[in-house]
Structures are given as structure tokens and as C-alpha cells.
Design a protein around this ligand. Structure first.
Ligand code: NAP
Length: 310
């Protein structure tokens, strides 16, 4: 077991990710007391029944009192409000982080709501499933996954020490930790995660709208490809609505490029340009091979895997 890193941890929003952080941190032995605040009465009931927290409350201020580490794990657009509810109660010198899938908007919301006597270090685990809620979490979720931290642009020793401590925490949970500029993070994730989810939501919507293809036929004849899309398109609607609203700029930029490439593909099909299609499909096959050989087959959240494969 790793040594204790944070004597008291507060997790605000205890669904799939929040509850997985608690389970993993408890298993690793890096936290002492754990307090949870969740807005959902049903989630609070389940968290109490699952008994992985020492304190369960609806009030973020109650949970963060005396906490050395505060982890915000609510949907991206709710981060600011949840942090503001806790503003007066934070312990000076504590570390405040989050697990949101978008970083620039969340970093700004946290910096506004959290007093300067604390260390704000936004973060994003590149790990997840299409499930939600405290029952869906599990301790192994972060093992061999990347955690991207997007520290503030400050280099003072106490802040760097706080970043080092948070890195030790995630490492003890089995993760690999990288640091990145928050805007760069949002652009990278727009390509690797946000756009694929948008495509999945769209393709399943399109199939459902095709009246001549009945729902039964869509399900009956859905082989690998479409089936995978339906799983991804079953991801939490609140979470993904917030991701697209909070990462609007980067997603629109990538969507613009994607649409241009799709137009080129459509032209190649229309004009029977088989060599163009073959060249692209060969190039993408190589990319897949590179990803597999780099051991990153399922590094994207929600994409290409389900809980059973963890
Ligand atoms: P989740 O399972 O839906 O859990 C979120 C919990 O937070 C719910 O119980 C929700 O209650 C509660 N909540 C919402 N607003 C709150 C507030 N203001 N104060 C306190 N609690 C509040 O969500 P999740 O999948 O764990 O996602 C949490 C965060 O992790 C998101 O920011 C997401 O972008 C990020 N993330 C998710 C994944 C993934 O694969 N799911 C991967 C990486 C990162 P209600 O149900 O009543 O709203």
C-alpha cells in the first residue's frame, strides 16, 4: 500500500468517476477520511448503502470543510456552481482538482470560485464507461490510463509541490500522469473523444429517423460497427451536452475540418475514385496498427470498450 497522501478527501458529485476515485484511493490507501456531497437524493442513498464514504451530504460546503484534497466530479457546466457553494468552507492550503472532460472552461470556473490560498490543479482522467451513478464506479477504472493535469501557469514552489502531490495520488491509483496546457487539452480531446461521440449520437439518430428502416431491422442486422455506435450513443446525456457546450470552439473547429474531409470522401465515391478511397482506408489501417502497437487501444473514454473489458 502507498503511504497516506491526503488525510481527508472530499468528492463533490459521486457518480461513475467520483465513486471510482474514492474506491481506487481507498484501495491504494492514499486517503484517510472521505466526505461526499451529491445533489441527487437517489445517489446519496446509494452511496450510503455502498458505505465507501465516511460522510454523505447534499451540501458541498459541509464536505469540503477540513478536506486536504477536494475533487469536483460533477458535469462540466455544474463545476462553477458547486465550487461557489463551497467557497467559504475550503481549508486554506488544500488542493482543489476536478475530473471534467473539458479543461479551459472548468479551470476558469474553479479559479473564480476558489480562494487564492488554495491550489487549483484541474485534471481529466482519460478513462470512463457509458454508465453513470455511484453503482457504476470501480477501483480499477484508472489503471494504466492517462490522467491529464492542466496546472495554472504559476511556478512557485508550494504550487509545484501541490502538483507533485496530486501526481503521486493519481500514480498510486495506477494512472500515468501528463501535464498539458488547458486549451491544447481541449483541442486534443475534441479530436479523440468529443467528435467521435458526436458522430455516434448523430449516426444513431439518423438511423432511428429512417422510416423505411424499422427499429427492429436496425437492431436485428446491426453488426460490429453500428452496435458500437449505439453503445457510445448511450452515454450520459447531461455529461455530453455539457461537454459540447463547454468545448464549443474546439469542437466546431474540428467539426469543420471533419466536414470538409467527409465532402472529399463523398466526391470520391460519386466519381468512382477507388484509388482515393483505397489510399485513405490503407492509411487509417496503419494508424490503427500504430495505436495497437503503442498499447493505447482503448485510451479514449467510452470509445471502443465497455465495463466488462476493464
Ligand atoms: P455521473 O455518474 O452522472 O455523476 C455525477 C453526479 O454529480 C450525479 O450524482 C449528479 O446528480 C451530481 N451532481 C450534479 N450537479 C451537482 C452539483 N452541483 N453538486 C453536487 N452534485 C451534483 O457523472 P460522471 O460520468 O461521473 O461524470 C462526472 C464528471 O467526470 C463530468 O465532468 C465528466 O465530464 C467527467 N468524466 C466522465 C467520464 C465518463 O466516461 N463518464 C470520463 C472522464 C471524465 P444528478 O444526477 O442529480 O445530476
Amino acid at each position: 500500500m502507498a503511504p497516506l497522501i491526503y488525510p481527508r478527501m472530499a468528492v463533490i458529485g459521486c457518480g461513475l468517476i467520483g465513486s471510482s476515485v474514492i474506491r481506487a484511493a481507498r484501495e491504494a490507501g492514499v486517503v484517510g477520511e472521505v466526505a461526499v456531497a451529491d445533489a441527487s437524493p437517489l445517489a446519496r442513498e446509494r452511496i450510503t448503502a455502498l458505505s465507501f464514504a465516511d460522510q454523505v451530504t447534499a451540501d458541498p460546503a459541509e464536505a469540503v470543510a477540513n478536506a486536504d484534497l477536494v475533487v469536483f466530479a460533477v458535469p462540466v457546466m455544474a463545476m462553477g456552481e458547486a465550487a461557489r457553494q463551497a467557497t467559504a468552507a475550503f481549508k486554506p492550503g488544500a488542493t482543489v482538482t476536478d475530473v471534467g472532460s473539458v479543461k479551459a472552461a472548468v479551470a476558469e470556473a474553479l479559479a473564480e470560485a476558489v480562494p487564492e490560498t488554495l491550489f487549483v490543479i484541474p485534471g481529466h482522467p482519460i478513462a470512463g464507461t457509458e454508465q453513470s451513478g455511484p453503482d457504476a464506479g470501480f477501483a480499477e477504472l484508472f489503471q494504466n490510463r492517462w490522467i491529464i493535469l492542466t496546472p495554472q501557469p504559476r511556478q512557485d514552489a508550494p504550487y509545484r509541490k501541490a502538483v507533485e502531490r496530486l501526481t503521486q495520488f493519481w500514480t498510486a491509483l495506477g494512472s500515468n500522469v501528463d501535464e498539458m496546457d488547458e486549451r491544447h487539452h481541449d483541442l486534443v480531446l475534441a479530436v479523440t473523444s468529443h467528435l467521435p461521440h458526436l458522430i455516434a449520437y448523430n449516426i444513431v439518430g439518423t438511423a432511428a429517423d429512417l422510416e423505411e428502416v424499422t427499429q427492429a431491422e436496425v437492431m436485428k442486422y446491426s453488426a460490429g460497427g453500428f452496435r458500437d455506435f449505439t453503445r457510445i450513443a448511450a452515454s450520459d446525456p447531461t455529461m455530453w451536452r455539457d461537454v459540447f457546450l463547454a468545448n464549443r470552439e474546439a469542437v466546431l473547429e474540428i467539426l469543420g475540418r471533419f466536414t470538409e474531409d467527409l465532402q472529399a470522401l463523398s466526391r470520391a465515391i460519386r466519381w468512382g475514385e477507388g484509388d482515393k478511397l483505397f489510399e485513405l482506408f490503407s492509411r487509417t489501417r496503419e494508424i490503427r496498427r500504430d495505436i495497437i502497437s503503442a498499447g493505447q487501444e482503448s485510451a479514449e473514454p467510452n470509445f471502443g470498450r465497455d465495463r466488462g473489458k476493464h
